[in-house]
Design a protein around this ligand. Sequence first.
Ligand code: F6R
Length: 369
Amino acid sequence: EKGGYDYFMLKEIAEQPKAVADTLLGRIGAEGQLTLDELRIPAQVLKMVDKVVIVACGTAFHAGLIAKYAIEHWTRIPCEVELASEFRYRDPILDARSLVVAISQSGETMDTLMALRHAREQGATVLAICNTNGSTIPRESDAVLYTHAGPEVAVASTKAFLTQLVACYLVALYLGQVRGTKWADEILPVVRDLARIGEEVERVLETMEPVRELARSLAGHDTVLFLGRHVGYPVALEGALKLKELAYMHAEGFAAGELKHGPIALIEEGVPVVVVVPSPRGRSVLHDKMVSNIQEIRARGALTIVIAEEGDRAVVPYADHLILVPATPTLLQPLVATVPLQVFACELATARGNEVDQPRNLAKSVTVE
Ligand code: F6R
């Protein structure tokens, strides 16, 4: 059942190119137009939306954080992302023009379910992004976009996360299409890149041996820090979450711009820091800022593990370990940049003798508070 792999998690990491392709299947037309009629939310309603609120927990929350960058950039609709457990006990301001997106692999997470009930009571339209057919969250939502990751057995989410990202991009692009924002000039080229992204994920998977070796060499450490900016920030959070739950190590993700506001005090000789570097093309100011951040932490003794785009020469002098990922548009980079972090966490857990598929204290589906 593990298809020749030692763990479900390894199998599910390997299945990601297919999961991504399956989630795109039938949803992009020949001319690059999004075909999401399956949502059955009238165009009139989508045109009226004046606020998007994403609610989710854990890894699904990280997908939501990334979606915010895409939604605001491509549609110019303000977007908030909130942990479902916080949202439900607040007094959020919603009305009939609010689109609430609930992201959940299992479709049964209690906090996410309660958050969406709360949203519907206030008249918001609720769209579920879910991997489990017929589960409670899509059943109680106004609309659903299913991710087609297939069953995810390992407790740590991998392929479901990548497909949640794909679904979020599809929703963002579709909103842009329906509302006519930035369509031909920006959205269309991205759709073409998205349509091919499964192949790029496959290429990343083919180059993971050095990442596994690096992970094994760090098994004796007790802290790993992660830094990112823009969409690389949620990727850093996700890398840290994977490491906590699988390797039981102290792992924290930071927005690189926050370094000087506190976290840089944690940097001492030999502490491994994973840095997610945005593409040097396009919005290169982000890239240049990240390169200075790497220099800063390295000058203070950090062991730098740099995830950067193929061909990025600027990072080479400052990377103790360099992990290259294929070039993608900035907003899509999380689809390729997350994969090495999954492999890293899985291998570190194995090296530390942990049970990869069933980490201690965790359950696959959190149906209680
Ligand atoms: C982490 C992980 C959890 C889930 C979270 C939400 O690897 O799997 O953080 O992402 O419990 O679960 P779903 O998506 O089923 O609502």
